[in-house]
Ligand binder design. Structure first.
Ligand code: SF4
Length: 64
């Protein structure tokens, strides 16, 4: 699984993804989310998927 946020400048800064999966998402100093682990373990798939599903900007991209 590969994870990225694109385009990052459309991030709304609500940190929902960080709440859903802090192992993969964090907020930078500009309140934009970034990916801390671009190839997370399969055990995190459900949490990453939840983050993507709940991202209001729909910018979290998961590739198998
Ligand atoms: S859930 Fe989406 S909009 Fe919200 S902080 Fe994460 S990437 Fe940004």
């Amino acid at each position: 699984m590969k994870v990225r946020i694109e385009p990052r400048d459309e991030c709304l800064g609500d940190a929902i993804c960080c709440d859903e999966c802090p192992e993969v998402f964090a907020m930078d100093d500009d309140d934009l989310a970034y990916v801390t682990n671009e190839s997370p373990d399969e055990s995190l798939r459900e949490a990453v998927q939840n983050a993507a599903d709940e991202c209001p900007a729909e910018i979290i991209i998961i590739e198998d």
